[in-house]
Each structure stands twice: as C-alpha cells, then as structure tokens.
Design a protein around this ligand. Structure first.
Ligand code: GLP
Length: 262
C-alpha cells in the first residue's frame, strides 16, 4: 500500500486530481474509463480541480462512466443532502460527462435489493471499475460499510451507526435525527475489485482511522483496512491525518515516496 503524505488538504486534492486526469488521458481504449466516486468533504477539492481542468480543456469526461459509492435511503434527488444532489452540484453539472454515463444508487427504489443487484451487474457490464476513489469515516468506514461489515460485502442496504449519524449531522442542521438511518452502498469488495483504489484522508479527526488502516491488521472493524489486500491501493493524506502513525512509519512513507510529495 502506497501512502503519500501531502502537506495539507490542497496538496492532497491537487495530487489526486492530477492522478485522475492523467489516468483518463492515458486511457487509449475505445471502452469508457470507469471511475468510482465518493461524496463528503474530502473529495470537494478534487472535484473543484477536475471542473477547472475540464473547463481549461485539459481533460474530457465524454468517454468516462461513473459509479457513486452510496446514497441515503429516503431522500429525493432534490434534497440538498442527497448524494445525487451533491454530485451534480459539485461535479457533474460543470463537466462534459454525458448524463447517461452517470450511475448513482437510487435511495428511493421500491426494491432496494433489486436496485443493488442491478448496480453490481451494471459495473460488471463495463468490465469493472478502473479507479475507485474513496474517503474514510472517522471510524474507518469505506462508503457506508460501517465497522463489522464483511470485507467480502457487495452492494446492499446498510444501517448507519449512531456515531456516523452524529458525525454527518453537520449537514442536517446539526440534528442527528434528520440523518437517514439507512443507505444503499457498494460493498467493501465492490471497491477492492477495482483495478486501482485511491483513498483521500484528511484532518486530525481521521488520524485513528489512518493508523488502523496502515499499521493495524486487516480487520472488519476498520473496513478501509481491506485496502492492505489490494495490489494497487494509494492513500493520499495530509500531515494532520498522520497524528497517530508511528514515527517510523511516517518517516518511511515520507522517504520512499518523496518524489510524489508536492
Ligand atoms: C460518509 C460517506 C463516506 C465518506 C465519509 C467521510 O459516511 N458515506 O463515503 O468517506 O462520509 O466524509 P468526509 O469526507 O466528509 O469526512
């Protein structure tokens, strides 16, 4: 697992955006480049840079297909905090991606199981995901795969923990009761099936999660730790997120990946 410790949120975002732009531009096959995408505050800086690069003509999303990680159950698309709304507001409405190339789980689906099955099938129909970008919850969850979700899990219905609803309450008038109790989410294995996984981890509040992910064992308690079993996983983080790493690990990553630090 590669861990790139950037100075701050801006440099983390810059490295990740550049990486995605390069990956799309070097994709020479006729089939679309398939991107898995997260929501949350972590990817906003990346999305801003992708929008700017698209407007400058440095990258096009015409041959890119996207699959989002998750969606709250019960929120209509028009709800400000639905992930559908977030993705259009922060990315899709500002780039040249064809609307039919955008895939987001439908949190209002009458048959959630069928919706999740269909999602996995659609990912497979494109030959899988080339690059899955993700974030991490403070408890080390990836997508909405809370602690103790199987590391072999596939797309399905998830219950959010009280902790996650409290953390996410900042987007819902600081009222955890307004945060939906359930979500549809890709599974841990849906993420690790991707040919490459890129995690963004920023800020002091993610320090425990980062340490468990990098230095702990592979454990369903910290679902992001599944990345240790992936051959092509990159964590790009900032200095603030490194507070719980051992000095030795911190020095190691700063040393071996020094050429990739902005
Ligand atoms: C939610 C999302 C995750 C995201 C996490 C962290 O729980 N389901 O995909 O990684 O929030 O969000 P943030 O980046 O705002 O810290």
């Amino acid at each position: 697992m590669k861990v790139l410790i950037q100075k701050d949120y801006d440099n983390m975002s810059e490295w990740a955006a550049r990486h995605i732009i390069d990956a799309i531009n070097s994709h020479k096959e006729a089939r679309p480049y398939v991107l898995g995408l997260p929501t949350g505050s972590s990817p906003i800086g990346v999305y801003q840079r992708l929008v700017a690069a698209n407007k400058r003509g440095e990258v096009s999303f015409r041959n890119v297909v996207t699959f989002n990680m998750d969606e709250y159950v019960g929120l209509p698309r028009t709800h400000h905090e639905s992930y559908w709304y977030f993705m259009h507001d922060n990315l899709f409405d500002h780039i040249d991606i064809p609307k039919e190339n955008i895939n987001i789980l439908n949190g209002l689906a009458e048959d959630p199981e069928e919706e999740c099955r269909r999602y996995e099938e659609k990912i497979a129909s494109y030959g899988g995901i080339d690059l899955f970008m993700g974030g991490s919850g403070v408890d080390g969850h990836i997508a909405f795969n809370e602690p103790f979700t199987s590391l072999n899990s596939r797309t399905g219905l998830r219950s959010l923990t009280e902790d996650t609803r409290i953390v996410n309450a900042r987007f819902f008038d600081n009222d955890p009761e307004q945060v939906p109790k359930q979500a549809l989410s890709v599974g841990v294995a849906t993420v690790t099936d991707a040919r490459e996984v890129l995690l963004l981890i920023s800020g002091h509040n993610k320090a425990r999660a980062l340490a468990h992910c990098v230095e702990g064992g592979v454990s369903q308690q910290w679902t992001i730790s599944a990345l240790q079993m992936h051959e092509n996983a990159v964590i790009v983080c900032d200095e603030a997120a490194c507070g719980e790493l051992k000095v030795d690990s911190y020095r190691y990553f700063k040393d071996v990946y020094r050429d990739e630090i902005l």
